[in-house]
Design a protein around this ligand. Sequence first.
Ligand code: ZN
Length: 245
Amino acid sequence: MESAEQNRLLISEAEAKQRLIEAGLILDAAGLGDLTRGHVSVRVPGDPEFFFMKPHSQGLDEITPENIVRCNLAGEKVGGSGRRHSEVFIHSEIYRARPDVHSVIHAHPTHAVAFSATGRKLLPISQPSVAFADGLPYFTDCIDLIRTPELGASVARALGGCKAVLMRNHGVAVVGASLEESTVLAIMLENACRIQLLAQAGGGIGAVFPEAAVQRLHHDITRPEQYRINFDYLLRRVHRGEPVV
Ligand SMILES: [Zn+2]
């Protein structure tokens, strides 16, 4: 018979897999799939040297408990029936560098990629952009797929202690202390980039509010409870067949 502790871990692994499936459904509905090339992962509960990740060749909306890939922090597949993404090193190297991070998303969202091509700084001109008021750095080493631990480590270095990094002409890597946080932040980042592109195209950007006001709003909209509320709402919309963006 399983011990209570083993049973607890088994339950929480199943819950983590279910949450990964739900995050995939939300991200797909938000348009972050890019022909199966977007991916999402979460650390294994109680076993932070490993993480669960969406499988290669499947859409974000096609994750199942069986095809989820289990990887170690070297980026090696150690379980699951699915294929491992070659860009697994974005995830493994960020987990190695950031013990506070429990979920990583890499995607190629249209507006974020367009914004990354401008080379501009994201300005606090909208609520979603204020979520990134603590910094949105660029990764500019290459446009290639991140297929080596060295390149993954370089992405992690560019990310630093921030919530996301723009990978110039390629995509984004977004992190969170939870799957709820990374998922909601990935959608907010795409919205923030879209709004700034619209403002720039619509005649340019005017005055911004003072730093103290920006920091106040940043504190309000980045509370963990907010991410859970937003995630659960988006999941209800997905289950009702309604658009999430
Ligand atoms: Zn990519």
